[in-house]
Design a protein around this ligand. Structure first.
Ligand SMILES: Nc1ncnc2c1ncn2[C@@H]1O[C@H](COP(=O)(O)OP(=O)(O)OP(=O)(O)O)[C@@H](O)[C@H]1O
Ligand SMILES: *[C@@H]1O[C@H](CO)[C@@H](O)[C@H](O)[C@H]1NC(C)=O
Ligand SMILES: *[C@@H]1O[C@H](CO)[C@@H](O)[C@H](O)[C@H]1NC(C)=O
Ligand SMILES: [Mg+2]
Length: 327
């Protein structure tokens, strides 16, 4: 894509340089075509130029950039690759990401977006809704409902391969969740619009404590974190999500109607993962990663349980800002 863009810009510059009067007409016609081409490559369109799927890219990103989430990485790669390679999916892809704060839920959504859209999270086809920011007042529920339904419909009409990320799902009003249910289901189309190419990602802390408990049980038993498999987390997760009245899923039938394709658990991060995040963050800031600096920072963070200090209370969340104090 980038190479093509460079080519188009370069050719247009060349055409500009060789624009004698004799070739004005030809050049004019060429310029119009070129203009169209340029427009095509500069403005995002819903086609192969701007979106596709790079499974090697996603695999590599999950392996090298996401730390301590072997279960989530595996499930997500399988889910997204399977869906994107399916020419004729029967329903949109619906992922529900669960886990303790700062464990990488938003970060993974970003990696998924980057593997599909050239512009990643800044793509006009990726929509992020945050419960407390977009739908703060319960009294406006009816307005939010119709607005959200219009947005989803409008955007999927514009581009079937649209992605919707709902952050703080546990703070979203159950009625609002119910209002998007039809779009997640096995319909050929709804009012002439097919939602089967779309991707919905729900993020929440619901079930996070149960996931922590499983991880802690493994740690206490002296078992390796890498031994934890999806099956160890699956039951605890769905039951907790289902039984916790504070979680937004409670009143909805998202679960009993099997609209969520994959529940993805995020494990609490340990000291070594925080160090990895710190080193990556230093590199991202353009600094030479320095183990000593990162170690000092990591030691000052808060870990739980209090005695054993196994898991980072804030995951990797505050590292970006914390690091500045130690450099
Ligand atoms: N597992 C991880 N691997 C690498 N970096 C991570 C990981 N978890 C978090 N980070 C870093 O920390 C930042 C914050 O994480 P993120 O926003 O994804 O947390 P979250 O799971 O969405 O938390 P919350 O539940 O509080 O919203 C990310 O932008 C990323 O830089
Ligand atoms: C896919 O991702 C890999 C690894 O990041 C990269 O080397 C490759 O160029 C990408 N392919 C395309 C078509 O963008
Ligand atoms: C698409 O979604 C955005 C919110 O992300 C909204 O502002 C916009 O109006 C929607 N577009 C259509 C055509 O509905
Ligand atoms: Mg988040």
């Amino acid at each position: 894509m980038k190479a093509l863009l460079r080519y188009v810009v370069l050719t247009s510059a060349l055409v500009g340089a060789f624009e004698p009067v004799s070739t004005a007409v030809v050049a004019g016609m060429g310029a119009a075509a070129l203009g169209r081409k340029l427009y095509y490559y500069v403005y995002e369109n819903c086609d192969g130029t701007w979106l596709g799927f790079n499974s090697t890219g996603l695999e590599e990103d999950l392996r090298t950039k996401l730390f301590g989430q072997h279960v989530a990485a595996r499930v997500i790669l399988k889910a997204v690759t399977g869906f994107m390679n399916n020419k004729n999916p029967r329903k949109p892809l619906v992922l529900s990401l669960h886990g303790w704060t700062g464990t990488g839920k938003n970060y993974v959504s970003q990696l998924i977006a980057e593997s599909i859209y050239c512009k990643g999270m800044t793509s006009g086809f990726v929509h992020l809704f945050t419960a407390t920011a977009h739908f703060p007042h319960e009294m406006h529920l009816e307005l939010y409902k119709s607005q959200l339904q219009q947005w989803i419909k409008g955007n999927v009409t514009n581009c079937p391969r649209s992605m919707f990320i709902f952050d703080e799902m546990d703070k979203m009003h159950p009625g609002l969740i119910d209002s998007i249910k039809p779009y997640l289901d096995f319909y050929d189309n709804l009012d002439g619009v097919s939602y089967r190419q779309a991707i919905f990602i729900f993020l929440s802390n619901a079930g996070g404590e149960n996931i922590v408990q499983v991880a802690l049980d493994f740690w206490t038993a002296g078992r390796e974190r890498e031994e934890i498999e999806l099956k160890h987390l699956e039951t605890a997760l769905s039951l907790s999500v289902f039984n916790n009245k504070n979680s937004g899923f409670w009143h909805t039938s998202l679960i009993d109607k099997n609209l969520v394709d994959f529940f993805v658990p995020f494990l609490p991060l340990e000291y070594k993962h925080v160090v990895q995040c710190g080193l990556a963050e230093m590199a991202a800031k353009g600094l030479t990663p320095d183990e000593e600096v990162v170690d000092r920072m990591a030691r000052d963070l808060s870990f739980f349980p209090k005695e054993e200090r196994v898991f980072s209370r804030q995951g990797c969340k505050i590292i970006s800002s914390r690091l500045d104090f130690y450099i």
